[in-house]
Design a protein around this ligand. Structure first.
Ligand SMILES: C[S@@+](CC[C@H](N)C(=O)[O-])C[C@H]1O[C@@H](n2cnc3c(N)ncnc32)[C@H](O)[C@@H]1O
Length: 678
């Protein structure tokens, strides 16, 4: 685990569902996605101003105690590791889950069956109620849910004055009184808050330094704290960048401590901001960058490979914001199941139970963000009756982009546990048909449970390797491929991603995604009267799982083109990245980031599939085009699958070589020159 992670209160590796069970304060920042990239980039301010904003940011991004103190169940941890979900596992085994909810929420073991749940929760009147919110609905539109008694939510959202504790219990508990049973929780909360405040101040310093590192060498601007950097005029202390040998020794002795790491990060960023002036003679810019990446890895607990991969996605200052955002839980959100209820009615029911919530944003008319709850959100009668799905806000996006219509024939190629399938069923008003497929049979159990709980009547669950489509079934009006991925967008939910992904994993995933996307394209009917669309999505932010896969599909299937996703926000996909040029239409795809949109990292691309052109003798691509033929068993020989899909051997060879070179370097071996015969 990284130094930063070790020292931080509220480790991000939470099981969100379990966190929900604890009925405490939930995600406190509102998803910032209303049509704008709202992530505040630190602005250059007077130092007073900066101090205030740092405290404010910290308070707003405070991870919840409930989230931080729960350990994920082994089962859940294993699942997230295997498949890198972006969704809360919802309704896996209702009876078991409900039981654990009660264990978690009440510290009492619930031994009854589902039918006993009501009793266990007491009559409605017995349900613990929080401060009741009065909901004001406009006469016409349920959109306009206005919460009039927002006291507790506001409290959780407002930032306290600099240095002040967020509530009275905290300030009490910050005193030196003896710890008693009565004040233990408050004291513990105060300690958490203090640690967070300190961490946020550290971050603010780093961010300021990083911001400067993004400035040009010639830029005279320097707004860093005087105590954190040497003065520019006169002699500067030249910071000594460790040599490779010194770094090796440091690693062997267990790595530097947190203070050294922080200081070195700051110093390296300071040098990078005025390289010519501040660099040690004879040292290259790349050496400083390498040190920054290595220290970020240690500070936040990433392996070097992933730290570098993620760092390179952003300018330096933004990279720090991204890594920091991965340390904070995302807001808890639910999706109203419009097959069973309306959002305003659901909101009113939950508010009456003591849930503090409000609509997520204008971009969705079914999402609600839960700020605080005095009841377990995953076990309310409304939940059990299928009135809502616990679902990350980001996972609404691919379905909104796909926009399935009533009476269509739709394929959800990798669908378990069904967050998106059930959303599609609702949009289609239970008409038409959705084939909800998932290669993992075990996972189709939770999918089926959710389909039943939410009352979806137009869903057929099946379990094929997605690469067997369209042989098993084809001719769909719309296809969703929410692909298996590395999960680099959901690190705040599953921190194991920080250390368990290697370049080989990324290569294999990218390969699988490329196979799946071609099969998904071939499953769409170009003759569809109402559709003819494919949406490809992942909960990862890496380029090889996103733009590279989409670009590959464009090359391999000339009959498809990218179209606007219809999503009102999100960053444009890369059209070039580190020397790789993608099709210019890649700018129509959308990227979502935790530090920008306060939702899980996500990627969405929408294709329109047209009829295939008649084979053109001069066109290798169309001549060799052949719809993939599926094998009868899912243990299909990998090589044959690769061959039938016409993989780009040249591109793969390059990946393999890169991977081999990195492996050799990691082992301390010198890779042969690039063009040498191996
Ligand atoms: C990101 S999750 C899907 C989440 C789902 N769309 C939802 O919204 O609830 C990816 C899924 O892909 C499935 N999967 C992995 N490899 C597959 C393959 N070759 N064919 C079909 N599904 C696959 C995994 O079992 C996993 O359930």
């Amino acid at each position: 685990m990284g130094r930063r992670a070790k020292n931080k209160q509220g480790a991000p590796d939470i099981n969100e569902l379990e966190a929900l069970m604890s009925s405490k304060s939930l995600g406190k920042r509102k998803a910032q996605a209303d049509g704008a990239e709202s992530a505040p980039r630190p602005v250059k301010k007077s130092r007073d101003g900066q101090k205030k904003s740092s405290s404010k940011n910290k308070e707003n991004s405070k991870p919840t105690r409930s989230a931080s103190t729960k350990k994920p169940s082994t089962k859940r941890a294993k699942e997230t590791e295997e498949d890198a979900w972006e969704d809360v596992e919802d309704g896996v085994d209702l009876q078991k889950e409900a039981q654990s909810l009660f264990e978690d929420s009440d510290n009492e073991i619930f031994t009854g069956g589902l039918e006993d749940l009501d009793e266990a929760m007491g009559s409605d009147d017995d349900i613990p109620r929080g401060p009741v919110q009065e909901l004001e609905f406009s006469d016409e539109e349920e959109e306009e849910i206005v919460l009039t008694n927002k006291s507790s939510k506001r409290k959780s959202k407002e930032s306290p004055e600099d240095g002040a504790l967020s509530d009275t219990s905290s300030s009490e508990s910050d005193s030196d009184d003896d710890v008693t049973m009565g004040n233990m929780e408050a004291k513990s909360r105060a300690l958490d808050e203090r640690a967070l405040r300190e961490a946020a101040l550290d971050m603010e310093e780093l961010r300021k330094a990083a911001l400067n590192a993004d400035d040009d060498d010639d830029d005279d601007f320097d707004d860093m704290d005087e105590d954190s950097v040497a003065e520019d005029d006169g002699e500067e202390d030249v910071f000594h960048l460790p040599t490779a040998e010194e770094r090796g020794k440091e690693k062997a002795s267990g790595g530097p401590d947190l203070q050294i790491l922080q200081r070195r990060l700051r110093e390296c960023l300071r040098v990078l901001s005025k390289f010519k002036k501040r660099a040690e003679p004879g040292r290259a810019r790349a050496e400083y960058t390498e040190q920054v990446i290595s220290d970020i890895g240690s500070y936040y607990g990433y392996n070097d490979y992933l730290a570098e991969k993620l760092f390179l996605l952003f300018p330096v200052a933004e990279a720090i914001e991204f890594f920091e955002a991965n340390e904070v839980s995302r807001p808890v959100t639910i999706r109203t199941n419009t097959l069973r209820t309306r959002r305003r009615d659901l909101a009113q029911c939950l508010v009456n139970r003591g849930v503090n919530l409000e609509p997520i944003g204008k971009w969705t008319n079914v999402g609600l963000q839960v700020f605080e709850s005095s009841v377990p959100i995953g076990a309310t009668p409304e939940y059990l009756a299928g009135h809502y799905m616990l679902q990350a806000a980001s996972s609404f996006l691919p379905v909104i982009a796909l926009s399935p219509q009533p009476n269509e024939r739709v394929l959800d190629m990798a669908s378990a546990p069904g967050g998106k399938t059930t959303h599609m069923a609702a949009l289609m008003q239970n008409t038409g048909i959705i084939f909800a497929n998932d290669a993992n049979k075990a996972r189709t159990k939770s999918l089926t449970a959710n389909v039943h709980r939410l009352g979806c009547k137009n869903v057929v669950v099946c379990s094929y390797d997605g690469r067997e489509f369209p042989k098993v079934m084809g001719g769909f009006d719309r296809v969703l491929l929410d692909a298996p991925c590395s999960g680099t967008g959901v690190i705040s939910k599953d921190s194991s991603v920080k250390v368990n992904k290697s370049d080989r994993d990324f290569m294999l995933l990218s390969h699988l995604q490329k196979q799946l996307i071609l099969c998904a394209i071939d499953s769409v009917s170009p003759d569809s009267k109402t559709g003819g669309y494919l949406v490809y999505s992942t909960c990862s932010v890496t380029v090889e799982e996103n733009e590279a896969v989409v670009d590959y599909a464009l090359k391999k299937r000339p009959n498809v083109k990218l179209v606007d996703t219809g999503l009102a926000f999100g960053r444009e996909g890369f059209t070039q990245y580190r020397g790789k040029i993608f099709h210019p239409s890649l700018n129509l795809t959308r990227r979502f980031y935790p530090h920008v949109h306060n939702m899980d990292g996500f990627y969405v691309a929408k294709f329109k599939v047209d009829k295939r052109q008649k084979a053109n003798k001069n066109d290798d691509e169309s001549e060799s085009y052949e719809a993939p033929v599926a094998k009868n068993n899912s243990n299909a020989d990998e090589e044959a699958v690769v061959e039938r899909l016409g993989f780009d051997d040249e591109e793969d060879a390059k990946y393999m070589e890169d991977s081999k070179r990195r492996w050799m370097k990691a082992k301390g071996l010198k890779p042969p020159p690039r063009n040498a015969k191996q």
